[in-house]
Design a protein around this ligand. Structure first.
Ligand code: GLN
Length: 254
């Protein structure tokens, strides 16, 4: 549409000159805003960082560059966790809080603890907990795995950093360049979080309590061995909707 066409339309709609100038400025500002958003996405910034949210399980979570973008395959961990009753759940490396908040929203009697080493992550998880209505049942301490966690739980869940350092260059730019490095990789073989979690698990689980962790598709055997060596029982691997190994489950011996 030419400027003359636009002016003609506005005149016929009874819009006077002053209003027409305001409308034109509004259209220009909106166009510039849209161009900026498109430029950010073309530079491979994740949609969730631009929009400020990601839908996960049954809720919309605020997301920023300080937490891992909630991923659909992680919903398998939530699904498996809900297969058995629990009243106290611990989420190690909670990030946006998407796992523990989803679990508490599904089980109104349960209470939870979500830890992270990142203060900005636990602040965001707190906002999500408040918005989704579980803040009165969730504590969010800063902790390096079990370091500052007390008590025993009947369920421990975690989606830890599991990408091997030498795999980092192969990630999509959306992940590698925009998501927090510490949420993706342990700067090592991708297994150190499983060693730390399995070492502390039995001391923080009740008898028969369950441990569920997300894994990378090629890590099932290594994590199975780490969990078995730590004395955990009923170690089992579960596949996601793509048929990839995605969750390892275990129990504390009773
Ligand atoms: N699943 C994520 C990815 O492949 C990694 C998440 C993680 O390390 N916990 O990008």
């Amino acid at each position: 549409m030419t400027d003359a066409d636009a002016a003609d339309l506005l005149r016929r709609a009874g819009v006077d000159g002053g209003e027409a100038r305001k409308l034109r400025r509004l259209a220009e500002d909106t166009g510039r805003l849209f161009d900026d958003l498109v430029k950010r996405r073309v530079a491979r910034e994740p949609f969730s960082h631009i929009a400020g949210y990601r839908d996960f399980w049954s809720h919309r979570f605020r997301v920023n560059s300080h937490v891992l973008d909630p991923r659909p395959e992680t919903e398998l961990l939530v699904e498996l966790a809900l297969e058995h009753p629990f009243s106290k759940v611990l989420d190690l490396g909670t990030g946006s809080g998407c796992i523990v908040i989803s679990l508490l929203a599904e089980r109104p009697e349960a209470r939870g603890v979500g830890t992270d080493v990142s203060e900005k992550a636990v602040l965001l998880a707190g906002e999500n907990a408040a918005e989704i209505g579980v803040a009165d049942r969730l504590v969010l301490p800063l902790s390096d795995w079990f370091e500052d966690v007390g008590g025993r739980y009947d369920l421990i869940v975690s989606n830890p950093p599991y990408i091997r350092l030498d795999d980092m260059p192969n990630l999509a730019p959306e992940v590698r360049d925009y998501e927090p490095h510490g949420a993706l990789t342990d700067d090592g073989d991708g297994l150190s979080a499983y060693r730390a979690i399995s070492e502390g698990a039995s001391d923080h689980l009740v008898e028969g309590g369950r441990l569920l962790v997300e894994i990378g598709a090629d890590q099932a055997e290594a994590v199975r061995e780490i969990f078995s060596a730590a004395g955990l029982a009923d170690v089992a691997v579960h596949t996601d909707l793509n048929g990839k190994d995605r969750v390892v489950a275990a129990r504390r011996r009773s």
